[in-house]
Design a protein. Sequence first.
Length: 137
Amino acid sequence: MRILAAGLFLLTTGQSHLAALEWQTAVIHLHAALGQEQVVGVYPFRNTGARPVRILSVLPNCGCITATLSKEVYAPGEFGEIRVGFSFAGSVGQQVKTISVSADDAADHATILTLTVDIPEAVVLTPRFLFWRKRAS
């Protein structure tokens, strides 16, 4: 039984090292400037495995995100990047968006890339709440 378990372990771990995308970062935090309506984040990666990796899908979680990939297949040792554009006209405060990336190196799970953008308000009123009361005459 131990031999079978050890064999399965070697089989499954050995296959995972054949191809592997290694992400330089999966989380980017940006600060938009006043008046800016779009930011761009770049997620670099490298195929650290021994066989080519195919990117199967790059799916942003909303329509305000564009994600571009220069090609689909990356050879062993090759670098690549996913460039993400976020158009946030009319939004303020902290916005958190995600991009799900699926590749054939890990078909059972996707890598989740996170883009957090702090968007300043053009005008800040303090206090935010004002209570008006009618005086009794």
